[in-house]
Design a protein around this ligand. Structure first.
Ligand code: NAP
Length: 254
């Protein structure tokens, strides 16, 4: 295993989906931790204008639409000095495996959460490889460790992110690159607007990611629910699967 501690202080980071939710919180946290520059991957270059007075030229918006290969290629030419890649951008399309919408929902979730993440990572890998120290941080989900039936196709995309993270870590073992997987539970963002349950804040997730970079941690369970799930998953993965399935039945009965 790598033993790399990648403090963001003085370093250059790239955050995908930086304009809102967890990505915005991570962008701010990296800047607060002393990052030299944060490239903010966004689909609207003006969406972080409100942060400009505070962070000035250290915050650099970069056009990035993970469904548009041209923007990925163009962004990769723009961010050659990147040292920390935060693969955060994602979508949540609800749906299970036995409906008319299954294939569309599977495809929408995979296009951004999986293909987008892989395309961006492969486009930036040479930049990361040629730095003394670097990191790839993939924002997965607890739903990548076990499937929640109402979110089956999303869970499958996040399980792919989990596996991709392991694969990247294996391939990059004994290199200069730390590979981290982040497995949040429910977090208060637009993505969970319609979810009526206790949620943690994106700021706490961001703080845990920055802390984990400094400590060189490869797995991050950033909130109360994910800490519990993470612990159970390590000892009894099937119990997590049953718990998630029961959670949905309980919700349906309510
Ligand atoms: N919230 C949770 O409970 C939770 C739990 C576990 C994991 N996660 C994961 O955490 C990450 C961030 O989620 P969030 O909760 O912060 O969601 P969010 O508030 O909905 O933000 C999603 C971000 O992804 C960007 N994005 C979506 N499609 C994109 C595309 N095609 N190209 C580039 N950027 C795109 C969005 O940009 P636009 O504004 O342009 O759409 C936005 O910045 C996701 O990977 C999500 O799966 C979230």
């Amino acid at each position: 295993m790598n033993e790399l501690k990648i403090s963001p202080k003085g370093r250059v980071a790239f955050v995908s989906g930086a304009n809102r939710g967890i990505g915005r919180a991570v962008t701010i946290e990296l800047l607060e931790a002393g990052a030299k520059k944060v490239y903010a991957g966004v689909r609207n270059l003006k969406s972080l204008d409100d942060l400009k007075p505070e962070y000035g030229e250290r915050l650099v918006p970069v056009m990035l639409d993970l469904k548009n290969d041209k923007t990925i290629i163009k962004a990769s030419r723009q961010v050659k000095d990147v040292e920390i890649l935060i693969n955060n951008a994602g979508v949540y399309e609800a749906g299970g495996f036995f409906s008319d919408e299954t294939l569309d929902s599977l495809s929408d979730n995979f296009e951004v959460n999986v293909w987008g993440l892989v395309k961006l990572s492969t486009s930036l890998i040479d930049h990361l490889m040629n730095k003394p120290f670097a990191a790839i941080v993939n924002v997965a989900s607890v739903l990548g460790l076990a499937s929640m039936p109402v979110a089956g196709t999303y869970s499958a995309s996040k399980a792919a992110v989990h596996s991709i993270t392991q694969g990247m870590r294996g391939e990059l073992m004994n290199t200069n690159i730390l590979v981290m997987g982040v497995y949040p539970g429910p977090i208060e963002t637009d993505m969970t607007r319609n979810l009526d349950m206790d949620k943690d804040s994106p700021q706490n997730v961001a703080k845990d990611i920055v802390k984990a970079l400094k400590m060189g941690n490869e797995y991050v369970f950033p909130d109360m629910m994910s800490k519990q799930v993470g612990e159970l998953y390590l000892t009894e993965p099937i119990a997590v699967e049953k718990q998630f399935a029961n959670f949905i039945s309980a919700e349906e009965e309510a």
